[in-house]
Design a protein around this ligand. Structure first.
Ligand code: NAD
Length: 253
């Protein structure tokens, strides 16, 4: 039970895959839940080839039975994870006046209910085992600023920010810290399942709207996850914005 174990939702592709690789490289056994089996299996194969330990469970983390099955298998295989990254996220961008409520609800189910279910499942086990842990919620700068017609997504990310401070207070007494990361524009085209991956291209304008001069990569987020998991013992209920400075840049139109 002394091994370091990290559970990552949506770890098959994109930012989640980057987080999974970074935790594996840092010596963690990694458990990935993702409905995309080709992606999840490929991520595990990559980690195993490099000598790391990983498992993949086909799971939709908005479904309680999938989450229970995933966490039970993780515990049986590796032990109880002391790090959970609630990374799985989808959007349903539609003109607001035509936004279908079932699509709105589905986004909240994956992005918000999924984070609640996974945190409950992991935190219950940590409390039973009298161990502390770190929960990391992937929010978005879109919790704080918007393009038109993104209400389903922005609502879900606003909820994640609120949940982060809520769960930090509720779980603090058990030694469980809960923090959020709000990424800005992170390029994930080359972090998809190999059959769907694309070589990214960014124009000079894309780069120039970031004070750091580039679009983000999954590793920018993964490094902050490792910090929150390992070196942030006096931090809980907080949100870290990682967006290359995009959201503090003043724009006159
Ligand atoms: P992505 O689409 O590249 O990868 C998401 C992964 O989650 C996929 O493997 C997908 O199969 C999986 N997934 C989808 N539904 C799921 C479900 N119900 N249960 C479990 N897994 C599920 O997305 P990404 O860009 O890597 O985004 C990851 C997280 O980062 C999301 O929460 C997203 O909102 C957030 N984010 C991304 C960006 C960005 O620019 N890429 C910016 C801000 C926030």
């Amino acid at each position: 039970m002394d091994a370091k174990i990290a559970a990552i939702t949506g770890g098959g592709q994109g930012i989640g895959r980057g987080i999974a690789y970074a935790f594996a490289a840092a010596g963690y056994a990694v458990s990935i839940a993702d409905p995309a089996a080709d992606a999840g299996e490929e991520a595990v194969e990559y980690i195993s080839k490099l000598g790391g330990r990983a498992l993949y469970e086909r799971a939709d983390t908005s479904r309680e039975e999938d989450v229970s099955r995933w966490i039970a298998r993780t515990i049986k295989t590796f032990g109880c994870p002391e790090v959970l990254v609630n990374n799985a996220g989808i959007n349903a961008n539609q003109p607001f006046l035509e936004l279908r409520i079932k699509d709105f609800d589905h986004v909240q189910a994956v992005n918000v209910r999924g984070a609640v279910l996974c945190t409950q499942a992991v935190a219950r086990e940590l409390v039973k085992a009298k161990r502390g842990g770190a929960i990391i919620n992937i929010a978005s700068t879109r919790a704080f600023m918007s393009e038109a017609n993104t209400e389903a997504y922005t609502a879900s990310k606003g909820a994640i920010i609120a949940l982060t401070h809520g769960m930090a207070i509720s779980l603090g007494g058990y030694g469980i810290r809960v923090n959020a990361i709000s990424p800005g524009w992170i390029e994930t085209g080359d972090w998809q399942y190999s059959g769907r991956a694309k070589i990214p291209h960014h124009s000079d304008t894309d780069k120039a709207q970031h004070p750091v001069g580039r679009v983000g990569v999954p590793d920018d987020i993964a490094k902050a996850c490792l910090f929150l998991a390992n070196d942030a013992g006096f931090m809980t209920g907080q949100n870290i914005i990682i967006d290359g400075g995009m959201s503090v840049k003043m724009i006159y139109v």
